[in-house]
Structures are given as structure tokens and as C-alpha cells.
Design a binder for this molecule. Structure first.
Ligand SMILES: Cc1cc2nc3c(=O)[nH]c(=O)nc-3n(C[C@H](O)[C@H](O)[C@H](O)COP(=O)(O)OP(=O)(O)OC[C@H]3O[C@@H](n4cnc5c(N)ncnc54)[C@H](O)[C@@H]3O)c2cc1C
Length: 465
């Protein structure tokens, strides 16, 4: 027998639960289906556990630096990995339980546990149950890419999920992938005491950023003793070392340095892929792009009327805040009669190494590609009083603006508090505030944000390159 609802939500990640909340509040009968842990990637294997671990790693780092601040520890800093892990597990479990309780107690919402699969454009099967609704919202997220690299099937490797189960600190962690996820794990495990090598196929770390950011990030990591191997071509794996000792050999064929690295553990962090392969989307007629992302329009509707895709699975964002914003767009258009568009979103995100990188809007490469004159201003973190006081002066801040429209086009703050301070600029960009209004703002002293007006006062025509 088919059970009929007003709406079906597939996936209880970052967009599905709040959407179920709005739909039920508007009087709809909603089914939400989750096959794993409530809260999805962010809560269980992404943002929350990693940022909890980053906080432990920062504590270790600061404890080791105690003497710089006149704090004397009589014994070397020791790591209680069990406590570190259980802290992360508790934060995660509490958050997941809270999402689950919210959904289970939501009036008008029925929770189904199992893997959802389309049977038609309005029917979804979960276990023995067949559900039907005129509106279906897909929020299935993604998972780590396991690349097709020689020898990978001969070794055991870790991903962001299995890394969280690890009860020991690897002797030598080789991180494949020098972008956001890989670098957070690299620095955190270095601070937990592992030897760490980051292997990146591209010529620089965080290749999506401008070269000055990539260079500064590399410098920050290398200062902590992390080995970085860029332009690593023909990455391959083999068990053990030539002397018969345990370990994993990672062939890198880099242009410089040893052609092979001997590690104890390998973490794969080379990207994410959408969970769309087993959803039966062909039965519903929903179109995917060549990478398996669900194609959507500006309102996040798929090519099939009555089916929407939200969050990482639509390829329009790869963050918790973009998934949540997808929910806001869909709810506003469906329930509030608005016409919100995904392309109106100003992009912003952070790389949570220490010091963190906060980014708003375009990179300089993207600004330059517009082919129009632009203004640029850069200041080192050594100019920020608060950074000096905290003895955390690595990094710099940079802003780019349009001289004709006075619009801020993009900004990056790589430095202590950069993940928070960037919001001064991100909020101004969202409010479409011209940069000259911010030049005369009176910021709080001493903060990282206090340098933003000075940064804007320094805007100069960028040299044509
Ligand atoms: C290590 C790591 C660190 C990260 N750190 C950050 C960060 O600091 N900040 C940030 O903004 N983002 C971060 N992210 C990204 C963030 O986690 C994701 O962008 C976010 O979780 C996407 O939310 P979502 O709702 O699209 O999907 P998800 O959170 O992945 O949720 C999808 C849900 O759908 C379920 N599902 C899938 N298929 C089915 C099916 N067929 N039937 C039923 N259920 C199904 C899944 O089990 C899952 O619960 C990080 C990611 C990783 C991996």
C-alpha cells in the first residue's frame, strides 16, 4: 500500500530538517527519510568533529608555546587521544541526537530510516514502504572521492569518516590532497604529534585560492614541520618498505625531493562526490551533470516538476551554510511567494587551519578575469595590534574593489581570527554597502576587524598583469 504525503524529504543533513520544519509548520504532512546518522556529514563526519579536533590541536599547540607567554609547564605536553576523540564524539552525538529528536517530535512529520530510492517522479521506496508525494526534496549530500590510483586497492587508507574512528596518532600520516579538508587534518595531526606529509597533485596548495594565499598557507604549515610535496605526479601506493618493515610507500614522482615517501597511514582528501548513484533518479527522469550532481535552476528545481535538490548534491555549494541557504531559498519561494535565486548568494567560506583563512567573494584571479580595472589593498597581520598582542602574526589580509561601482568584489583574511573578522566584509558585500562607507567606520580596539577601514583606505589601482 502506498503512503501518501504532501512532501517527501530525502536526507536529514543541513537542508532537509529545517525544510521539514517549515513545511510542517505550514500544515503539510511530511515524510523525511534518513539512511544513516541524523545531521548528515557536517554533524557526524565533517564540520563539527573536525572543528572540535582543531580546537584540541590548538590547545596542544598553545601549551607547547606556553613559555613564549611566560607560562611554564614543568613537563612536556602529553596527548590523551582517548579524551580528544571522546570530546569530538560527544559534541557530534549531542548534535545528531538533537536533530533526530527535533524531527521525531515534529508535528506532521514522519521519520523513515533506510535508503530512499525513486520508483517514479512522485514515488519513493524506503525498505518495504512505498511513499508518494507531489513534492520531493533531495538532500542526499556527498562522500569522499576514492580516486583510481595505482596500488590503492593493496593498502588500507583513511577518509574523513574513518579518520574519526582512529584511536592512535599515526607515526607518519601522508595526506593525499592539499585543499581544505586535507590541510585541516594535516595540521591537527601534526599538532597531535604525527609526522605529516601533504601530497598535492597541483603546483600549489589550496589551488582555488590566489598564489599569495597558497604560498602563505604553505609557509604556515611548513613552519610547524609539515612536509609539503606539490606537483606530485603519478601518485601510487605499495605496502611496506624495501627493508621489509611495515608501512605504506607513496610514490609521488615530484619534480624535486624523494620520489617515494614512507608513511604509516594514508588519508585520502581529494574531493567529494554526490550521493546520487543509488537514488534511482533515472526512474524519476531527474537529470544529472557529467559529475553526477543533480542539475537545478536558480530556484533549485530539477528538470522534473515537483522535485528539488538542495545542498552538496546539486553542485551549487559545498558547505553547511550553502546547504542551509538552499533550504531558505526553496522555503521562501514555495511558502512565502518570493523569487529568491541561488546566484544572488555572495560566496564565503573558511579554511580552518590555524591561523584560519576567511574568504568572501571573488579571488584576485576571478576579479582579473572580468577584464576591468580594479583596486587592491593588502596588509600583513603584523600590522594588527591584536595579532601582535596574541603573538599570532602570521598571514595577511587583502581586499579587492571596483572603482566604478565602489563595490567590494572579494576579500581574504588569513590570520588569527580571520574566520570571524571576514564577516565585517562579507556582511558589507551582502548589504551591497559601497567600500567608502566602511572606510570611516569606527571599529572596536583591539580587534582584527579594526584594520578593515585602514585596509580599505589603502585601496590602489591594481597593476595590469
Ligand atoms: C571533513 C569535512 C569538514 C567539513 N568542514 C566544513 C566546515 O567547517 N564548514 C562548512 O560549511 N562545511 C564543511 N564541510 C562540508 C559540509 O559538511 C557539507 O557541505 C554539508 O554537510 C552538506 O550538507 P547537505 O545537507 O548537503 O548533505 P549532508 O550533510 O551530507 O547530508 C545528507 C544526508 O542524506 C543522507 N542520505 C544520502 N543518501 C540517502 C538516501 N538514498 N536515502 C536516505 N538518506 C540518504 C545521508 O546519510 C546524510 O545524512 C566539511 C565536510 C567534510 C567532509
Amino acid at each position: 500500500m502506498t503512503r501518501t504525503f504532501d512532501a517527501i524529504v530525502i536526507g536529514a543533513g543541513q537542508a532537509g530538517p529545517p525544510l521539514a520544519g517549515r513545511l510542517t509548520a505550514s500544515g503539510m504532512k511530511v515524510a523525511i527519510i534518513e539512511r544513516d546518522k541524523f545531521g548528515g556529514t557536517c554533524v557526524n563526519t565533517g564540520c563539527m568533529p573536525t572543528k572540535t579536533l582543531v580546537a584540541s590541536a590548538y590547545a596542544a599547540h598553545l601549551a607547547r608555546r606556553g613559555a613564549d607567554y611566560g607560562i611554564v609547564l614543568d613537563q612536556p605536553v602529553r596527548l590523551d587521544m582517548r579524551k580528544v576523540r571522546s570530546r569530538a564524539a560527544t559534541v557530534t552525538a549531542n548534535a545528531s541526537r538533537s536533530v533526530e529528536n527535533w524531527l521525531r517530535n515534529m508535528k506532521g512529520c514522519t521519520v523513515f530510516q533506510g535508503s530512499a530510492r525513486f520508483e517514479g517522479p512522485k514515488e519513493v521506496r524506503v525498505g518495504p514502504e512505498l511513499l508518494s508525494a507531489p513534492r520531493i526534496f533531495i538532500n542526499v549530500g556527498g562522500r569522499a572521492v576514492v580516486p583510481d590510483l595505482p596500488g590503492l586497492d593493496e593498502i588500507s587508507y583513511l577518509t574523513n569518516s574513518s579518520m574519526l574512528e582512529l584511536e592512535r596518532v599515526p607515526e607518519h600520516l601522508v595526506v593525499i590532497g592539499g585543499s581544505y579538508i586535507g590541510l585541516e587534518f594535516a595540521q591537527m595531526y601534526r599538532r597531535f604529534g604525527a609526522e605529516v606529509t601533504v601530497v598535492e597533485m597541483g603546483p600549489r596548495l589550496v589551488g582555488r585560492e590566489d598564489p599569495d594565499i597558497s604560498d602563505a598557507v604553505r609557509d604556515i604549515l611548513e613552519k610547524e614541520g609539515i612536509h609539503v610535496r606539490t606537483s606530485a605526479e603519478c601518485i601510487r601506493f605499495a605496502k611496506g618498505n624495501p627493508k621489509g618493515q611495515p608501512g605504506i610507500r607513496v610514490g609521488v614522482d615530484c619534480t624535486q625531493g624523494d620520489p617515494e615517501i614512507l608513511g604509516s597511514d594514508v588519508l585520502l582528501a581529494v574531493g567529494r562526490r554526490p550521493n546520487t548513484g543509488d537514488l534511482g533518479l533515472d526512474r524519476a527522469g531527474v537529470a544529472l551533470d557529467h559529475r553526477g550532481y543533480i542539475m537545478v535552476n536558480e530556484g533549485l528545481q530539477t528538470n522534473v516538476a515537483g522535485i528539488w535538490a538542495l545542498g552538496d548534491c546539486n553542485g551549487r555549494g559545498a558547505f553547511t551554510h550553502t546547504a542551509y541557504n538552499d533550504y531558505e531559498i526553496v522555503a521562501a519561494n514555495l511558502l512565502d511567494g518570493e523569487n529568491r535565486r541561488v546566484s544572488d548568494r555572495v560566496s564565503g567560506y573558511a579554511l580552518f587551519i590555524d591561523p584560519p583563512l576567511g574568504r568572501a567573494g571573488m579571488t584576485e584571479a576571478q576579479v582579473r578575469a572580468r577584464g576591468k580595472p580594479y583596486l587592491s589593498s593588502t596588509r600583513p597581520m603584523t600590522r594588527v595590534g591584536r595579532a601582535v598582542e596574541k603573538d599570532e602574526t602570521l598571514g595577511f589580509m587583502k581586499v579587492l574593489a571596483d572603482p566604478a561601482t565602489k563595490e567590494i568584489l572579494g576579500a581574504a583574511i588569513l590570520g588569527t581570527g580571520g574566520d570571524e573578522a571576514i564577516h565585517g566584509i562579507l556582511d558589507a558585500m551582502n548589504a551591497k554597502t559601497p567600500y567608502d562607507r566602511l572606510r570611516w567606520a569606527v571599529p572596536i580596539h583591539p580587534t582584527v576587524s579594526e584594520l578593515i577601514p585602514t585596509l580599505l583606505l589603502g585601496l590602489q589601482p591594481a597593476p595590469a598583469s
